[in-house]
Design a binder for this molecule. Structure first.
Ligand SMILES: Nc1ncnc2c1ncn2[C@@H]1O[C@H](COP(=O)(O)OP(=O)(O)OP(=O)(O)O)[C@@H](O)[C@H]1O
Ligand SMILES: CC(=O)N[C@H]1[C@@H]2OC[C@@H](O2)[C@@H](O)[C@@H]1O[C@H](C)C(=O)O
Length: 358
């Protein structure tokens, strides 16, 4: 039995930091098994956070330079993670950080130069998992559903609550997945108005109440009417969501409370319209799974027909990096790691670019 020892790297849209997830994968016949052995989460400094957030406004020169320096920085973090924990590593699988995502214009871009990363940590690197799918006419996102299928097949639905919410499930023998819409991106935007990174446990949100006008405006966003395949990101948030929040003269508590009702209503709509069983189960990961008020609201909106499963904090925080590590394994093995049933591309693909250290 072959074992793959991989470090997955993920930097998500909520901009809280870099997740390093060291995992072992084994395959017996057609079944993959995983074990997460060591994890580290490195919070971004205020200046790194601001730079990543504003990278969409950089000039071409500045962005290319940032791609290199961020790749170098990733490599240095990997190097010290390996050294501190004395890890034996086959290769690194890096998502990088999305600075641009406009699949409708044929572009998606994740910074974190693979060559700089490989040279800095002296290991083989697989990265740039999204470009090929967009070149094949797909959304280039979400990509984690391949991992949902191969590693988390016992769940009817996998829901991730990061900056953006996305869902994945099997329908008629095909994996279907898409970004539902808002999650922590709107919640963090609101708490940052009072210099708070996020609303721990959803305590502020819980003490608020619904502003019906804001709830209706959010629920009426055009994105929700689009059929899948679809994906979204910061550009949509800034363009369509921020104006609604900013036009609402309400307390932080009420803004948060309303946003949570909104995002849970959208999730419940998607789950209910795709449930074929009397009783189904839904795995929730991503930082939103640690927001107690959000989870309680979601349970209420879903009702008893859906079991909401909140796993260990380790899995909540590392599932995306774990799946990118698996995608790296599949790329190295030249197997399919991006599903066109999810992204709408012309065909499935084995995506990712491999860099050798120099
Ligand atoms: N204890 C907690 N209570 C409430 N919210 C929390 C808690 N811990 C984390 N969060 C929220 O989760 C966010 C981080 O989520 P996560 O790391 O899953 O996002 P991401 O991977 O950056 O996003 P994406 O998956 O969209 O790319 C934080 O910014 C915060 O809003
Ligand atoms: C372009 C991009 O980086 N998209 C992210 C983002 O964050 C959540 C959602 O939007 C999802 O589409 C995707 O990430 C996860 C890891 C994915 O590809 O499955």
């Amino acid at each position: 039995m072959k074992t793959f020892k991989v470090i997955g790297l993920m930097s998500g849209t909520s901009l809280d930091g870099l997740d390093l997830t060291y995992c072992h994968f084994t395959r017996t016949l057609d079944r993959w098994a995983y074990r997460i052995t060591k994890t580290q989460s490195i919070s971004y400094s205020k200046s790194m956070k601001d730079k990543l957030k504003n990278s969409i406004y950089l000039s071409a020169d500045e962005l290319l330079t940032f791609n290199n320096t961020y790749g170098q920085w990733l490599g240095e973090q990997v190097k010290s993670f390996i050294k501190t924990n004395a890890l034996e590593v086959d290769f690194i699988a890096s998502h990088g950080h999305t600075t641009h995502h406009q699949p409708e214009n044929g572009l998606t871009y994740q910074i974190g130069s693979g060559q700089h990363l490989a040279n800095a940590c002296k290991h083989k690197v697989v990265c740039d998992f999204r470009t090929n799918d967009v070149a094949l006419g797909g959304q280039g996102a979400p990509l984690v559903p391949i991992g949902d299928r191969l590693l988390f097949g016992e769940y009817d639905f996998c829901l991730n609550l990061g900056g953006i919410s996305n869902i994945s499930f099997e329908k008629d023998g095909q994996r279907i997945a898409y970004d539902i819409g808002l999650a922590n991106m709107i919640l963090n935007y609101i708490t940052q108005k009072i210099d708070l990174n996020y609303d721990k446990g959803g305590q502020l949100a819980e003490s608020g109440s619904v502003n019906q006008k804001m709830l209706d405006a959010l629920n009426a966003l055009d994105y929700y009417k689009l059929p899948f395949p679809k994906s979204t990101g910061f550009e949509w948030f800034e363009d369509k969501v921020v104006p609604i929040v900013d036009a609402t003269d309400e307390s932080i508590e009420n803004l948060l409370h309303t946003s949570i009702h909104h995002l849970c209503e959208q999730i419940a709509l998607q789950v209910k319209s795709n449930t074929t069983k009397q009783k189904s189960n839904l795995l929730v990961t991503g930082g939103g799974a640690l927001n107690d008020f959000l989870i309680a609201t979601l349970k209420t909106k879903l009702g008893e027909a859906v079991d909401v499963i909140v796993p260990s904090q380790e899995l909540i925080e590392n599932k995306e990096a774990l799946v990118f590590a698996l995608m790296g394994v599949l790329r190295i093995e030249r197997e399919i790691n991006v599903l066109c049933s999810v992204t709408g591309a012309k065909r499935d693909s084995s995506s990712g670019v491999v860099y050798l250290p120099n």
